[in-house]
Every structure is written in C-alpha cells, then in structure tokens.
Write a protein that binds this ligand. Structure first.
Ligand SMILES: Cc1cc2nc3c(=O)[nH]c(=O)nc-3n(C[C@H](O)[C@H](O)[C@H](O)COP(=O)(O)O)c2cc1C
Length: 245
C-alpha cells in the first residue's frame, strides 16, 4: 500500500513520462500533470457553466486537453479512485479523445489512460467529420478542435450489480461530463454534452471495440466570440426531443 502510494506520487509529479507501448497503435504520450489550482472557484464555475456549441478556430493547447481528460477520469488516489465517483469502484468508463486541431498532437483518435495520465493513439487521421455525421450532423462536433468521448464497458459494473449496472454506468457518465463542463468553464473553454447520435456510426467512426459503448460526446474548444450569448439563446430554445435533448 505504501509502495503504491509512493509510486503514485512519483508518477503524478513526473507527469508519468513513460515510453512503453500502451494499448493501441502507438507509444504512450505522457500528459502534463494536472494543475490543482485555478483562477475560478467551484462556485463560479457552477454559476457560469453553459453549453457552448461554437468555438474559436484556434488550436487547443495540449495542456488544456490534458486537464479536461483528467477532470473526466483522472486518478486522484493511490488506490485508483478518480475525479468522478464509481459504483463499487469498478470504473466502467473509458475516455477517448478525437483530436483535430490540438497543438502538439497529431489528428487522430486517442484513448486516455487514467492510471498513467497518458494518451495512446488508437486510430490515425481526423475523425471529426465522420463523428459529426454520426451525431446527426451537429456542427459543434464537426467544428470543435477536439471531441472528448465518454464510453463505457457495462460488463465491468454488471459483474457485481447485474441489471442495475446500466443505471449506475449512466449516472457515472453524468458525473464525468459535469466535471468536464466545470473544468472547461474554469479555464475559459467551452463544451456541450452531445447525446444525440447513432451508436453504431460512432463506433465505426472511432473504431471502438465492440464492448465499448459510446454514451456522450463533448466537443471542446475555446469559446468563440459571442459564444456566451449564443449559448444562452440555444439554452432558451433547445427543447428535449428524441433527436436532440
Ligand atoms: C443527456 C443530454 C444530452 C444532450 N444532447 C445534446 C445534443 O445532442 N446536442 C446539443 O447541442 N446539446 C445537447 N445537450 C445539451 C442540452 O441541450 C443543454 O444542457 C440544455 O440546452 C441546457 O443548457 P445549459 O447546458 O447551457 O444549461 C444534452 C444534454 C444532456 C444532459
């Protein structure tokens, strides 16, 4: 337990620079360690959080992307506990990054490795166009510099909780997504949880394994000038339908 704690602390301080091959096509790409102090309070982030659907064309910084991945599922405890709670600590969520315009990161689909705080390329080439088509053509998915995808392996939770696992997994996606919203807000970035998409087409666009169910897409970017007003207007007019919640 003590050894694990020391290894964890060391790894976090070093940003887990690790050149070993991970699951996927390429070597692990270590990410900068998360910043644990920000300029906005939790209360301010809660007050200012809004769904943002239009983004500046500027590239996203890899440091910002790393922070958002950590907010979604980063490891915060030597025993593997994460930024979001997980039923039975079974951790069914898998986070992917669809990078299109991220400084220092080639376009492609990457899998986030929470324990190592690293990315592994799983599919080269920009997948945003196909992902947007799978998401009923939503421009936020097409135009964002990157899209964070929250997927889940239901079986991890079902082995203990049976039929109740579906509920638990979906609750966990909500936790992770809200973490990303708040972290994005605190860093002057924008995102929106996109739930309207064709499951099979998303799987095909990203080349996901059969047991990885995609449950939420989160386009990420700097807020476009005027995005706050646009977000407020969209929130006022968006009504839940089967296609667009
Ligand atoms: C489960 C879920 C699915 C959603 N799906 C979409 C979507 O497909 N496209 C979209 O633009 N917004 C989507 N949203 C965002 C909502 O439209 C947004 O949260 C709502 O308009 C309220 O605005 P606010 O987030 O700024 O408070 C979704 C939100 C949730 C919680």
């Amino acid at each position: 337990m003590r050894i694990r704690a020391v290894r964890f602390a060391l790894a976090m301080s070093m940003g887990l620079a690790n050149s070993s091959m991970g699951q996927g096509m390429g070597p692990q790409i270590p990410l900068a360690p998360p910043r644990l102090k920000g300029v906005a309070s939790v209360e301010e982030a809660l007050q200012q959080r809004r769904s943002v659907r239009s983004f500046a064309v500027a590239a996203l910084d890899l440091q910002d992307v790393a922070q958002l991945l950590w907010a979604a599922q980063g490891v915060t405890h030597p025993e593997g506990h994460r930024t979001a709670p997980s039923a039975g600590a079974l951790r069914p969520l898998v986070v992917y990054l669809v990078a299109g315009n991220v400084a220092g990161l080639a376009p492609g689909v990457y899998r986030y490795q929470p324990q190592e705080h690293a990315l592994v390329l799983t599919q080269p080439a920009d997948a945003r166009g196909r992902l947007a088509s799978a998401a009923l053509g939503q421009a936020s998915v097409r135009d964002a510099p990157a899209v964070l995808v929250i997927a889940a392996v239901y079986a991890r939770t079902a082995q203990k909780y049976g039929a109740r696992a579906e509920r638990y997994v979906h609750i966990e996606v909500g936790h992770a997504a809200q973490n990303v919203y708040l972290q994005a807000t605190a860093r002057g970035l924008g995102t929106v949880l996109v739930g309207a998409f064709d499951d099979l087409k998303v799987r095909e666009a990203l080349g996901l394994p059969a047991d990885h169910a995609s449950l939420g897409l989160m386009p990420l970017g700097r807020r476009a000038p005027g995005a706050a007003a646009a977000a407020a207007a969209a929130a006022a007019t968006t009504r839940p339908t089967s296609a667009s919640p």
